[in-house]
Design a binder for this molecule. Sequence first.
Ligand code: PMP
Length: 443
Amino acid sequence: MNDLAFDTPPNALDAFWMPFTPNRTWKQDPRFVTRAKGMHYVTPEGRKILDAISGLWCVNAGHCHPRIVEAIRTQAGQLDYASSFGLGHPAAFEYANRLTAVAPDGFNHVFFAGSGSEAVDTALKLALAYHSVRGEGQRVKLVGRQRSYHGVGFGGLSVAGIGPQRKHFGPLLAGTSHLPHTHDPARNAFSRGRPPHGGTDFADALEGIVAAQDASTIAAVIVEPVAGSTGVLVPPAGYLERLREICDRHGLLLIFDEVVTGFGRLGAPFGSQALGVLPDLICCAKGMTNGAVPMGGVLISDRVAEGLNAQPDGTTEFMHGYTYSGHPLAAAAALATLEVYQEEGLFQRAAEIATPWEEAVHSLRDAPGVTDIRNIGLLAAIEFGPAAGGGPARAKAVAAHCFESGVLIRATGDSLVLSPPLGIGKDEIGQIVETIRGGAARA
Ligand code: PMP
């Protein structure tokens, strides 16, 4: 069966400028999928591909879940759009209530956005507004971290720590500093879960930034609790706790970008709950709607909400919002998604399967070229670094072999990153691991 719906002469692939994709090389060997169900994509030729990265860290409940599909269909026929600028519709309010009920204690408000990038920029602006409203308008600087990804808005890009992504875009936001990343293969290679070494030392770098910048000029620190797209960099034990402590000591807000770690990835609704450290703002997206409709949001702690006087005059203090904030289709998809997570017990399943997952991925330790393995919850990275003659090209080659063998895995830098749907079973885990083993032997 070939159900690719259009002809593909060479120039048919020119108009769509694909994100973060080298179109010229991609179109020499284009890769398409046309359908998906559960854990699998289907190619135009009818080949089933096991999706070991949940779309792009988002399809946590599996593809085309019938409940979510039906909810979107029904909502589209009932109310397609209503501007949240003063006009309410039930799905957005209902979802906000349900979401804040599963959020960490003390997070009772949510600001909706259309993506992870928008969520991050919303959170950064909330932090600045919070200080400004409270009479500390000099707190405008932001602290990010090396090897972090926070989307592609000017704010998110400024606090992110991936040099090549900043190229061509000038100096970005003034006053941003970066903590060191926490990847420390010399001490922590092949750790399971949270690495044992260096947590407080890495976090103490924040004291250095505070000393150099003057604490009273800094608004917030933003980190991914576990850096996802730069290679699943799990924070060493004690790291997040120490960051929280330093932020409190100096009056800085702590923002967790949970675009990847939210919605069950670490075995709890949010990574902050799984890791036991609470920030002041939580960015989320991706798993919010199971990837089916674009949506993001910022969960706002009571402290920040009260500081901003969120009810009833918040909007006059925080002039911000998107045409699609709380979009009916997104809200309906998010409601159905949360119900699926809860009724199918998917957060719990992720917590339970995390140990067999850890065992399985660490069994790759002896596969050719593997220089590190990292895991937490249902995340993992298999590194093919220079210490064994590897690097990004090798990681890419292994991922390509895996795709040929029916498993979709993402290569990022030297590593393969894995984030399967939360309902993954032991057989599928076995298939992923053995496919990587085969790919490593061939690459
Ligand atoms: N933050 C993190 C941690 C992410 O992983 C991503 C997306 N990979 C984003 C923000 C940006 O999300 P989006 O692509 O939806 O804008």
